[in-house]
Design a binder for this molecule. Structure first.
Ligand code: MRU
Length: 362
């Protein structure tokens, strides 16, 4: 069934097609899974206007740091295609306007800025709009391919940290649905299983947007990986009762000091893991590292109150209640056993080991 809505064409599917990805460039359009509909409906949406891609990022149609990085790049590719400019100056003006609109959608995940900048660098080096349009599209497509390859390398590096019969807790969704395909934290879980080890996963539901229950549980079940869902409030219980061997999460931004920004609630999970002597790992590509900022520079996205005052459109809080709804929190380096990347695993002390990942170490 195919039907149209404002800004997007929607394509109904019954299952994730292995060759179709979370986000993809297809016939000069951007196709993505509409994650707001999961797990009830698997719907692919198709965009032709970068402003609709920006709305899709803002409204969590696509989410997860690497996925929004590539979506931002594809948004700029649509902007390049849509620009009527015949000279480079006007072309770059159009591109800069699109970059700004895409950039302002979500402030915390550094991959978005990284993806936009990578495309803008290609645009700025262009000599004429016709040639540059092609180069911009090629670069965005290349970024999508690289994302998958990086996740698979990260998965291999991380799988060595996990043992046969481990039960691995994860928070939020750092899976195929948060990337182009395969995933970061869930990529490590996939690679561990592919290496022949028997593993189980515990997924937190991840209030208030439920990325754990709607997306991680859906994705792992779809792929036949043993997963149990727990309410966020059962993290302590699960750890105290010996149900968890290791924890792995993704990241939206990692500072050079090893401070990790990830989905709200990650800090609580890391603290609890420390209390129970359970290793807490983070998996993220090098594009998630922000080597310039310090914690005071990082903007934590605050989301709308209705995410907290209701569940599935039904009110669960009194009218006019004050709400605090940060989307991310910061986990300090002392709670982290290792940061898994495509370039290897960084161990504490992180300032030194992260530098080495970037080839700047001694
Ligand atoms: O608000 P979201 O769903 O975009 O938040 C996503 C997360 O916090 C993920 O854990 C993070 O982006 C890592 S994804 C590989």
């Amino acid at each position: 069934m195919v039907y149209s809505t404002v800004g997007a064409t929607k394509i109904m599917e019954t299952r994730i097609h292995p060759s179709l990805r979370t986000v993809e460039w297809k016939d000069n359009t951007v196709v993505m899974v509409d994650q707001t509909k999961l797990p009830n409906e698997l719907v692919y949406v198709k965009y032709t206007d970068y402003k609709d891609v920006a709305e899709a990022i803002r409204n969590l149609v696509v989410r997860g740091a690497p996925a929004i990085g590539v979506s931002g790049a594809f948004g700029l590719a649509l902007a390049a295609l849509g620009s009527k400019a015949s000279g480079m100056e006007d072309f770059l003006k159009d591109m800069e306007q699109a970059r700004k609109i895409l950039f302002e959608t979500r402030p915390t995940a550094v991959n978005l800025a990284w993806g936009l900048e990578r495309i803008m660098n290609v645009a700025r080096m262009g000599k004429d709009p016709v040639e540059t349009r092609k180069k911009v599209i090629e670069e965005a497509k290349k970024m999508a391919e690289e994302d998958i390859e990086i996740n698979m390398r990260m998965g291999k590096n991380g799988s060595q940290l996990f043992s046969d019969n481990d039960t691995i807790m994860t928070h939020c969704n750092a899976g195929a649905l948060a990337t182009v395909a395969y995933g970061t934290a869930l990529g490590v879980i996939r690679a561990t299983k592919e290496s022949g080890k028997k593993i189980r996963v515990i997924a937190t539901e991840t209030r208030p947007v439920m990325q754990g229950s709607r997306l991680t549980a859906f994705e792992l079940k779809h792929d036949g990986i043993d997963v149990s869902l727990i309410p966020d409030t059962a993290v302590g219980y699960s750890m105290a009762n010996g149900l968890v061997s290791k924890v792995i999460v993704g990241a939206d931004r990692i500072l050079r000091t090893g401070h990790v920004y990830n989905k709200i609630g990650t800090y609580q999970v890391a603290l609890m893991a420390k209390q129970h002597g359970i290793p807490f790992y983070v998996a993220a590509p090098l594009s998630t590292f922000d080597m310039k900022s310090t914690p005071k520079d990082v903007v934590i996205e605050q989301r709308k109150a209705s995410e907290v005052t209701g569940v599935a459109g039904r009110k669960t809080a009194p009218d006019d209640i004050n709400v605090i709804n940060p989307a991310f929190d910061m986990t300090p380096p002392e709670l982290i056993a290792g940061i898994i990347t495509e370039a290897g695993v960084a161990r504490p002390p992180f300032e030194e080991s992260i530098k080495k990942l970037f080839g700047q170490g001694p």
